[in-house]
Design a binder for this molecule. Structure first.
Ligand SMILES: NC(=O)c1ccc[n+]([C@@H]2O[C@H](COP(=O)([O-])OP(=O)(O)OC[C@H]3O[C@@H](n4cnc5c(N)ncnc54)[C@H](OP(=O)(O)O)[C@@H]3O)[C@@H](O)[C@H]2O)c1
Length: 245
């Protein structure tokens, strides 16, 4: 696989699910990975498993200073940043009529502002080196209406529209920054843990158990996007179970 060896990749949401699986797959192909999430013990364990090509920082995407510290760590340990995989996210789904305002705001803080904080931290590096790649995890929920998950769907539509607009700006400004938006369907991770117990939650869990894919399929998609030649921008990739409607 070309164009992956020795690339330095920052991964937010690396303590479980898609982020952790991606860290392992990229490192196995010769990348250096810089892991971010709040649960330090998980990051420590994953970094130990990967070995010398991994660094980690317990960090919160809602804090711009944490994202700047993550970028600084990448430069200190590996000398540069090539790719940002802005992947951290939560999905405490509920219907709007329940008015779970704290959950709405948390999703906006993490799924939207968290992506922007990470981008703000790496962009000075990318602009200075006239090269970079930003990969964001949206969702199939970012492509359609999702009753019972309206705010989550809104956050995932935001990252889609923002990153594609940024892609066009990058072309106009000749900055040589590639972008990829990933749209996963049902993937078996810890994402459903933040939904409050309800009949709907049980139905979603049963559906994920029945048809959900392992996070490796998303890791492979991230690897594919990064490994393309520099003049190829894999801008959008939707990956869902073949049994998901
Ligand atoms: N699983 C699916 O079916 C699916 C489908 C479509 C899209 N997605 C998206 O995929 C992404 C990854 O989710 P996942 O499915 O892998 O679920 P997951 O296993 O729950 O992983 C979520 C990750 O986000 C991190 N995170 C949450 N809040 C954070 C914060 N404030 N600061 C830093 N990190 C934070 C978590 O780490 P800590 O708790 O340790 O901070 C964890 O590493 C999310 O954006 C999600 O919306 C998932």
């Amino acid at each position: 696989m070309q164009n992956i060896e020795n690339k330095v990749v920052l991964i937010t949401g690396a303590s479980s699910g898609i982020g952790a699986a991606t860290a392992k797959v990229l490192a196995a192909h010769g990348a250096k990975v810089v892991l971010s999430a709040r649960r330090k013990d998980r990051l420590q364990q994953l970094a130990a498993e990967i070995g010398e090509n991994a660094a980690y920082l317990a960090s919160d995407v809602t804090r711009l200073d944490d994202m700047k510290a993550l970028t600084a760590l990448a430069k200190e340990r590996f000398g540069k940043v090539d790719v940002l995989f802005a992947n951290a996210g939560i999905m405490p789904g509920s219907s709007m009529s329940e008015r779970k305002v704290n959950d709405w705001m948390a999703m906006i803080d993490i799924n939207i502002k968290g992506v922007l904080n990470a981008m703000a931290a790496v962009l000075p590096e990318f602009l200075a080196q006239k090269r970079g790649h930003i990969i964001v995890t949206s969702s199939i929920a970012g492509t359609k209406s999702v009753p019972g998950n309206a705010v989550y769907a809104g956050t995932k539509h935001f990252v889609r529209a923002m990153l594609d607009s940024f892609r066009t700006e990058s072309v106009m400004e000749n900055t040589n920054i590639r972008t990829t938006t990933i749209y996963p369907g049902a993937i078996k991770t810890e994402l459903l843990d933040t939904i409050a117990p309800s009949e709907t939650k049980s139905q979603v869990e049963a559906f994920y158990q029945r048809v959900g894919l392992e996070p490796d399929v998303i890791a492979d998609a991230v690897l594919y996007a990064i490994a393309q030649p520099d003049n190829v921008d894999v801008s959008d990739l939707a990956i869902r179970p073949s049994r998901e409607g």
